[in-house]
Design a protein around this ligand. Structure first.
Ligand SMILES: [Zn+2]
Length: 381
């Protein structure tokens, strides 16, 4: 755990928040030590350079890519911290030297630079690159496929963010979820799938020390258009990482740390005794059972109907930063849902944006108690 305890020394404080572009990322990475090599591996729809960082000269080849979905930057922040750790020259030098002799690590920090700039999931043609693994219709998909073909990696890491809607039956939110994707519709445990499952089990054991109960397994329905499934089908062990919500951490700096810890554990920087396959299956499955905010025990409208209001933030890019805009997602009985923030109306009749009626999709500025005008919720952003 010594390396994890030293995290603050390789946390890259110049990169924070949710909005992360390729220009910004490489302006930082280029200042790091020369044990890394940065190369251009292709260009995006809009002609932006897609770059890869290479570290080490070892036999075991690990290929990781992040921000395939442009608005999913948490894992990019984590790989920047990892690269900073591997290129610094003051601490843990013998472990790093051993790693770089035995491994070659290829990292594509931003596979979808146009999506990153526009803060969209899709690329500039509006295509979800994680549904393009068979067609390879997009330049970014072709870049990843050709790099993979050329490098023949022993392990692939497919790095993503998941929305705040994911949690577990226990009522805890899904801070980090993993998946060893299926390689066929029957979801057989092939050799490569098993290998990825064991890697996940080992990372989960380390993470339990920090976020016990907040680590899960993503849905494993087979879809050969998904990159992870397609790679696994080709026999390359592939791990899906999903960086999720930690309580109050909308900027995802906490989760970033746990993704970095996972990567350090996976790459052998955290001593652990080998986990069993069972530990993978013991991870709880992700459920879509969370909302950002729920207002409970309210009454609305002329008929004084008892109801609950579920609010979800939309992430909107404004002047280079992400605004979290609250919108009504659900109205009604939300007893099956948990919320990152619970508000209690104590049976009060409420006004949403000064109106008696509210509707799904509506942006929320205020919710007040009609009787005494006390504020139940106000959007301060
Ligand atoms: Zn994603």
């Amino acid at each position: 755990m010594e390396i994890l305890n030293a995290y603050s020394s390789f946390f890259e404080s110049k990169i924070i928040g949710r909005y992360l572009t390729s220009d910004r990322v490489f302006s930082i990475l280029e200042t790091y030590g020369d044990t890394q090599k940065i190369s251009e591996i292709g260009t995006s729809v809009n002609g932006v350079s897609i770059k890869m960082v290479t570290l080490g000269q070892g036999k075991k080849k690990v290929l990781a890519w992040s921000q395939m979905h442009g608005n999913e930057s948490t894992t990019t922040k984590a790989v920047i911290d990892l690269i900073k750790f591997l290129t610094q020259e003051s601490r843990f030098q013998s472990q790093i030297e051993t790693f770089l002799k035995t491994h070659t690590l290829y990292i594509i920090p931003i596979l979808n630079p146009d999506g990153a700039k526009a803060y969209t999931r899709e690329n500039a043609n509006g295509v979800d690159l994680n549904r393009d693994a068979q067609l390879l219709s997009q330049p970014e998909s072709k870049v990843l496929a050709s790099v993979c073909k050329q490098l023949q990696p022993d392990l692939c890491l497919n790095l993503h963010d998941q929305r705040t809607i994911y949690g577990f039956e226990t009522g805890k939110c899904a801070t980090v979820s993993f998946l060893s994707p299926a390689a066929d519709p029957s979801r057989q445990i092939t050799a490569s799938r098993k290998s990825a499952m064991l890697d996940i089990a080992n990372m989960a054991v380390v993470l339990q020390n920090y976020i016990s109960g907040h680590i899960g397994r993503y849905d494993d329905a087979f879809n050969d258009n998904c990159v992870g499934d397609a790679f696994q089908m080709a026999g390359v062990p592939t791990i899906l990482f999903e960086a999720g919500h930690a309580p109050t951490d909308y900027q995802r700096e906490e989760t970033r740390k746990y993704i970095c810890f996972s990567l350090l554990a996976l790459l052998g920087f955290v001593p652990h005794s080998g986990a069993e396959l069972e530990a993978y299956f013991n991870l709880p499955e992700n459920k879509k059972n969370f909302l950002d905010i729920i207002l409970r025990n309210a009454t609305t409208g002329r008929r004084k109907k008892r109801t609950e209001i579920g609010i979800q933030y939309a992430e909107v890019l404004v002047d280079g930063r992400i605004k979290f805009v609250p919108r009504i997602e659900k109205i009604g009985d939300l007893s099956k849902y948990y919320a990152h923030k619970e508000l209690m109306a104590q049976d009060a009749e409420i006004l949403v944006n000064s109106q008696e009626k509210c509707h799904v999709g509506e942006k929320v500025a205020t919710i007040i108690n009609k009787k005494d005008n006390s504020v139940l919720y106000i959007n301060e952003d």
